[in-house]
Design a protein around this ligand. Structure first.
Ligand code: ADP
Ligand code: MG
Length: 697
C-alpha cells in the first residue's frame, strides 16, 4: 500500500503536477492566474489542457466533465469522453483549451428562479483555475462556475468567488494603511466540521421517510437515547472504523486533508474535520466530502444521513464553519500579534467582524435557513436562532478597556492603547469553551456554528465575506483620508466597540433568559426559515450585494425565490411521505393487529365466558382510539396539502407550510408514535429508532 504522503493528492492536477508537466513560461502565466486572478489566454489554456489530459489519461480517466454547483446544493456533472474519431476508424484522445475553459451544459432543468427563462435559455460553465482539477471514477473533473449567457450566476460558486474578491480588495486597502503594500492577495480561509449519522443499509431500505426525505417522520424514542453521554469521543466500532479508513484514503487521494474523525454526542453520529483551506477550495472539498461519505458508507453496507435532524429527540447535525482571513504571506489577520503594531491590525479586523455581524444579523441568519435546519436552531442542542458573538471574558475585558480608555487589569494596570500596547495572548482553551454561541471567537478564527450539516457552505461564506468586506470598505474610506492615522484608528475601533457591543454575549445561549435579554438588546430572533428569508430582498441588502458586485438585484430576487420555494417543496415532500406511510403502512398494520387482538378476545371468551380479557380489551380500546385519531389527522393533513397545491404565491406558501402543514404533520406523528409502542413489534411495518440508532454492530 502507498504511504499517505504518496497517496495525498495523487488524483489531483495540483501545482506540483502542473510545474512538472508545463513549459516554464506557461506555468508562470498559469500561476499568475491562480494567485492573482489574471485572466487566461487561449494559448496558455491549450497548453494546460494538453498537459491535464495527458495526466488524466495516465491516471485512468476516459472522460472529462465541468463540475459545478447549481442552486440545488449538490454538485452537477455531465461526462464527455476524450475520444475523437478519425477518418481511418480509429480514435485519438483530445482535449482543447476551449473545452477546458468553457462548457455549455444543457442546464435548463436546474433551479434558476426565473433568471434563465427571462434572459437566456442557455447556461455556460467557466473554469475556476484556483480550484484544482481532479479525477473521480475515471472522470477528469474541472471545477467550474455556472452562469447564464447574460452573465447571471446560476450557481453557488460564482457569488462565492465574487465575495472573496470583494473582501480581498477591501482588506488590501486596510493593510496598505499599515504599510503593507506588497500583499498580493488576502483570502478567507475555512475549515468546515462535518457531522453525519450512519445507519445500517438494511434498516434504511425499509424506511420510506429516510429514502425520500433523509429524516425519520415517525418513530417513538428508543429506551436508550443519548442520555448516558457514552458516545462522544467513544471507541469507534470496527465497521465504522473501516468505513472511515477508506473514506480518509479516498479524500486524501483527492487532496482533501481529512484530519480528525470522532464519534459525536448522539448514538450513530460522527464528525469529520479537514485542515482549513481557501474558502472556494474548502467549499469544493466539502461537497466532495459529503459525496464520498455517502458513497463509501454504501460500500460498507451503511447509509450516511447528512440531514440536520434525522431523529426526533436526538441531537441533530451541523457544520461548524471556521473562518478567518489570511494573506498570501501566510499571515492570519485574526491572530492577536506579538507587537503593538500587529495588535492594532488584529483589532481593526476584529472590530470589522463585530460590526458586520451586528449590522447583518439578518443575512447571516438567513444564509443558514432551510427546512432541515429549522429543527436545530433554537432547540437545546444547537445555537439559538439569535445571532450573537462569543469573545471570551478576556478579550471582552480588553475591548471594554479600549472603549472606556481605562486600565486593563489583566496586564499590570496598563491603559489599553491601540497601536501602543501588546495584547496578552489568548490561550485557545480559554476562548473555546462556550459551545452554545452561534458565532464564537476561538483564538485566531471565528467559528460560525449555525450552518446545517447538509447545506453547501457557499451560502454562509458569501454573506460573511460580503458583510465584512462592506465594513472594511467603510473603515478604509475613513482611514485613507484621515490626517492622523493612529488617532483615527483609535477612534474608529473605540466607536465601533461602543456602537456594536450589544452583539457580544459570553453567556449560555441555550438559556431562556438569553432570549429575553436579546430582545432587550434589540437583536433579531428569526425563528424559522419563512421569518428569515424575506430579509434577503430588503432594499439595503440588495444594495449591499450590488455595491460589492456579489449579486445583482435580479440574482438576489431569483435566489430568494429558489430558497423559499425549496423550503415549501421540502416540507411538501415530507407531508406526502407521511401520508403514504400512514395510509399504506401504519394504519393497515395497526388495524390488522387489532383484529388479532379482537380474535383473541373472542377465542378466550369461547373457552370460558368468565375468563379475564382485560389486557386485550384495554389494548384494543386504546389502539382503536389512537387509530381513529391518526386517521383524522391524515384527513386534515391531506386537506392542507391540497390547499397548498392550489396556492401560487411563494411567500404565502412558505407561511402556510409552517403554520398549517407542519402542525398537521406533528398531529399525525403523535398518535402514530404512541401506537408504535403499543403494537406487537412483529406487526410494526418498519424498523424502529432502536434499530436505526443502535443497529450497527
Ligand atoms: P474544534 O473546533 O473542535 O476545537 P479546531 O479548533 O482544532 O477544532 O479546528 C476546527 C477547524 O477549524 C478545523 O477544520 C481547522 O482546520 C479549522 N481552522 C483552524 N484554523 C483556521 C483558520 N485560520 N481559518 C479557518 N479555519 C481554521
Ligand atoms: Mg468546532
Amino acid at each position: 500500500m502507498k504511504s499517505v504522503p504518496e497517496l495525498f493528492g495523487s488524483k489531483v492536477f495540483n501545482e506540483k503536477e502542473m510545474k512538472l508537466r508545463l513549459p516554464k513560461e506557461t506555468y508562470k502565466e498559469l500561476e499568475k492566474t491562480i494567485h492573482e486572478g489574471k485572466s487566461l489566454n487561449i494559448k496558455i489554456a491549450n497548453a494546460v489542457a494538453h498537459a491535464m489530459k495527458e495526466w488524466a489519461l495516465e491516471n485512468g480517466a476516459t472522460h472529462y466533465t465541468h463540475w459545478f454547483q447549481p442552486m440545488t446544493g449538490v454538485t452537477a456533472e455531465k461526462h464527455d469522453s476524450f475520444i475523437n474519431p478519425q477518418d481511418d476508424g480509429s480514435v485519438i484522445m483530445t482535449f482543447s483549451g476551449k473545452e477546458l475553459i468553457k462548457g455549455e451544459p444543457d442546464a435548463s432543468s436546474f433551479p434558476n428562479g426565473g433568471l434563465r427563462a427571462t434572459f437566456e435559455a442557455r447556461g455556460y460553465t467557466a473554469w475556476d483555475p484556483t480550484s484544482y482539477a481532479f479525477i473521480k471514477d475515471k472522470v477528469l473533473c474541472i471545477p467550474t462556475a455556472f452562469a447564464s449567457y447574460s452573465g447571471h450566476a446560476l450557481d453557488k460558486k460564482t457569488p462565492l468567488l465574487r465575495s472573496m474578491e470583494a473582501i480581498n480588495k477591501q482588506s488590501k486597502r486596510i493593510l496598505k494603511l499599515f504599510g503593507e503594500d506588497d500583499i498580493r492577495v488576502v483570502r478567507t480561509t475555512v475549515g468546515p466540521e462535518q457531522e453525519y449519522f450512519l445507519v445500517d443499509a438494511n434498516y434504511y431500505q425499509d424506511r420510506k421517510d429516510l429514502i425520500y426525505t433523509g429524516r425519520t417522520l415517525f418513530g417513538a424514542p428508543s429506551p436508550k437515547g443519548q442520555e448516558m453521554e457514552d458516545h462522544y469521543f467513544g471507541t469507534i466500532k470496527e465497521r465504522v472504523q473501516s468505513f472511515m479508513d477508506e473514506l480518509n484514503e479516498e479524500l486524501w487521494k483527492l487532496g482533501i486533508s481529512a484530519k480528525t474523525e470522532h464519534n459525536e454526542v448522539a448514538p450513530a453520529q460522527h464528525e469529520l474535520a479537514p485542515v482549513f483551506s481557501t474558502t472556494n477550495i474548502a467549499t469544493d472539498d466539502n461537497q466532495l466530502t459529503m459525496e464520498f461519505i455517502q458513497k463509501i458508507a454504501k460500500k460498507h453496507g451503511m447509509v450516511a444521513l447528512l440531514h440536520e435532524k434525522p431523529f426526533e429527540g436526538i441531537n441533530g447535525s451541523g457544520k461548524h464553519n471556521n473562518w478567518s482571513l489570511s494573506t498570501d504571506k501566510g499571515q492570519n489577520l485574526l491572530e492577536p500579534g506579538e507587537t503593538p503594531y500587529e495588535n492594532a491590525k488584529f483589532l481593526i479586523f476584529l472590530s470589522a467582524v463585530i460590526k458586520a455581524v451586528d449590522e447583518h444579523q439578518d443575512l447571516l441568519r438567513l444564509s443558514v435557513a432551510t427546512a432541515g435546519n429549522d429543527h436545530r436552531l433554537g432547540a437545546n442542542e444547537a445555537p439559538p436562532a439569535i445571532i450573537s458573538i462569543f469573545l471570551g471574558d478576556e478579550l471582552t475585558e480588553i475591548l471594554e478597556a479600549i472603549e472606556t480608555d481605562s486600565y486593563y487589569e489583566g496586564k499590570e494596570h496598563e491603559v489599553m492603547k491601540i497601536g501602543a500596547h501588546v495584547l496578552p495572548k489568548f490561550p485557545k482553551d480559554t476562548t473555546d469553551r462556550n459551545r452554545t454561541s452561534p458565532f464564537a471567537f476561538t483564538g485566531n478564527k471565528f467559528e460560525f456554528r449555525m450552518p446545517g450539516s447538509s447545506t453547501s457552505i457557499a451560502g454562509c461564506n458569501i454573506v460573511l465575506n460580503t458583510v465584512v468586506a462592506d465594513v472594511l470598505k467603510e473603515f478604509a474610506d475613513v482611514l485613507e483620508v484621515a490626517p492622523d492615522f493612529e488617532s483615527a484608528l483609535n477612534t474608529l475601533i473605540r466607536e465601533t466597540i461602543k456602537n456594536h457591543k450589544r452583539i457580544i454575549f459570553n453567556g449560555n445561549g441555550y438559556d431562556d433568559a438569553w432570549v429575553k435579554e436579546a430582545e432587550m438588546r434589540n437583536l433579531l430572533n428569526l425563528r424559522t426559515t419563512p421569518d428569515a428569508l424575506p430579509y434577503f430582498i430588503h432594499e439595503e441588502n440588495i444594495k449591499l450585494f450590488e455595491r460589492h458586485r456579489v449579486f445583482s438585484k435580479e440574482e438576489v430576487i431569483s435566489r430568494f425565490e429558489i430558497l423559499i420555494e425549496e423550503y415549501s417543496k421540502t416540507i411538501n415532500i415530507e407531508a406526502l411521505t407521511m401520508l403514504d406511510m400512514a395510509k399504506k403502512e401504519i394504519l393497515p398494520a395497526v388495524s390488522k393487529y387489532s383484529k388479532t387482538i379482537a380474535d383473541t378476545i373472542l377465542a378466550k371468551k369461547q373457552c370460558s365466558a368468565s375468563i379475564d380479557t382485560s389486557y386485550e380489551e384495554d389494548i384494543l380500546t386504546k389502539i382503536s382510539c389512537l387509530l381513529a385519531k391518526a386517521y383524522r389527522a391524515v384527513s386534515t393533513l391531506e386537506a392542507n396539502v391540497e390547499k397548498l397545491h392550489n396556492m401560487n404565491d411563494v411567500v404565502k406558501e412558505a407561511f402556510f407550510v409552517r403554520d398549517e402543514i407542519v402542525p398537521a404533520m406533528d398531529a399525525l406523528r403523535a398518535p402514530c408514535d404512541e401506537l408504535e409502542v403499543m403494537t406487537d413489534k412483529n406487526a410494526w411495518p418498519f424498523p424502529t429508532y432502536g434499530k436505526l440508532l443502535f443497529g450497527i454492530m
